[in-house]
Design a protein around this ligand. Structure first.
Ligand code: RAM
Length: 359
């Protein structure tokens, strides 16, 4: 059934749960940091001590540049970089292939950027290039979709992966009702670290007795390509005529699936939830194609990542657990386990609140 790469998922899980992912080097760094009380000046300076430098060159490298989700996230990044008087730049591929970001990383390294902020299409394919960047003194921040820990200094995570995975199953189960039935997942790429981590938690959630009448029949991949996601949705409905619901944990996937369902007899009958932007899905909520879905504010994610990159590149933090930095309007943020900084809980959108949001 599942054609996913288990190794990537396991890697992501290990990293998330903090099981043995940290080598002694990192732990030593963390101990050192804990033993050195950071300067806690109130006001202007970063909470980790020291000033944010001006003129930092901070480059954003999303999974793909033509994805509306990343247009929003990276605008937040640009706002942060402008606020710290840095030089913002944005480059990236238009496809989500595993290695499509490598040449961009190499160019940014040659250009001597101070920091690269990347949402990785693959946990491992980009690591050698990122390690070269790090060796050249460039700080690496992942946001949205992580790399293996050795590829970056910090990961800015949108929300707790476990909550995101479980809550999407809970949303769909509520919409389908106690009779349950066959369900499917329409994901992004087979290698996407973020989607694979969430899917692990979805599968775990489905093992609970309350879902005994639900059966996950297929995980399909639309590769965050609108047309492919549309066709995969059509394929799911043809292959599983009794399908009761689809979870699409990608803004591209859910929008394409909604469009397919809207124009088919399955509209309103096959439930659809997952992760999407309110602006892309508003019409589908209003016409009953979608009851509810969730997401964090992508702009805030990029904004937080921009500030984290500036703090790292200024040397006010190193990425060790317990360090704090100031992230503009988002206030003081702390580095958690495994170099993770959490944005916060997502919002669930439905007909009652969708008009309150504009992103
Ligand atoms: C897509 C991308 C991104 C993911 C969102 C929810 O835009 O796959 O990585 O976080 O969906």
């Amino acid at each position: 059934m599942a054609i996913r790469n288990k190794a990537f998922a396991a890697l992501a899980l290990t990293s998330l749960l903090g099981v043995a992912a940290c080598g002694s080097t990192k732990e030593d760094t963390q101990k050192e940091a804990a033993a050195t009380p950071a300067a806690t000046e109130e006001g202007g300076a970063a909470a980790g001590g020291g000033e944010i430098k001006e003129g930092l060159k901070i480059a954003f490298l999303p999974k793909q540049i033509n994805n509306p989700y990343f247009t929003i996230s990276d605008k937040g990044g640009e706002d942060a970089v402008n606020a710290v008087k840095g030089e913002y730049k944005r480059v990236g591929p238009s496809d989500t292939a595993a290695s499509s970001q490598v040449s961009y990383i190499n160019t940014l390294t040659t250009q001597k950027q101070d920091a690269i902020v990347i949402s990785a299409n693959d946990a491992n394919a980009v690591v050698p290039a990122l390690q070269k960047a790090k060796a050249a003194g460039i700080k690496v921040v992942t946001y949205d979709s992580d790399t293996a820990p050795e590829g970056r200094d910090l990961f800015i995570n949108q929300a707790a992966a476990e909550d995101l995975g479980r809550s999407q199953v809970q949303l769909l189960a509520k919409q389908i009702g106690p009779e349950g039935g066959e369900i499917a997942i329409l994901s992004a790429t087979p290698n996407a670290t973020n989607q694979n981590t969430w899917i692990e938690f979805m599968e775990d959630e489905l093992k609970k007795p309350e879902y005994s009448k639900f059966k996950l029949v297929k995980i399909a991949y639309g590769n965050d390509d609108d047309q492919k996601s549309f066709e995969e949705t059509q394929g799911l409905l043809q292959a599983y005529p009794d399908l009761k619901g689809i979870i699409s944990p990608t803004t591209v996937g859910i929008a394409a699936a909604a469009r397919y369902l809207q124009g088919s007899d399955a509209k309103g009958k096959v439930k659809l939830t997952g992760l999407g932007t309110p602006n892309q899905l508003r019409d589908f909520v209003k016409d009953g194609t979608i009851e509810g879905f969730e997401l964090w504010d992508p702009g805030k994610l990029g904004y937080l990542a921009g500030y984290a990159a500036a703090a790292l590149a200024s040397g006010t933090i190193t990425g060790a657990e317990g360090e704090k930095f100031t992230a503009g309007d988002l206030g003081e943020r702390e580095v958690g386990k495994n170099g993770e900084v959490l944005l916060g809980p997502p919002t669930v959108f439905d007909a009652n609140n969708i008009d309150d949001f504009d992103f």
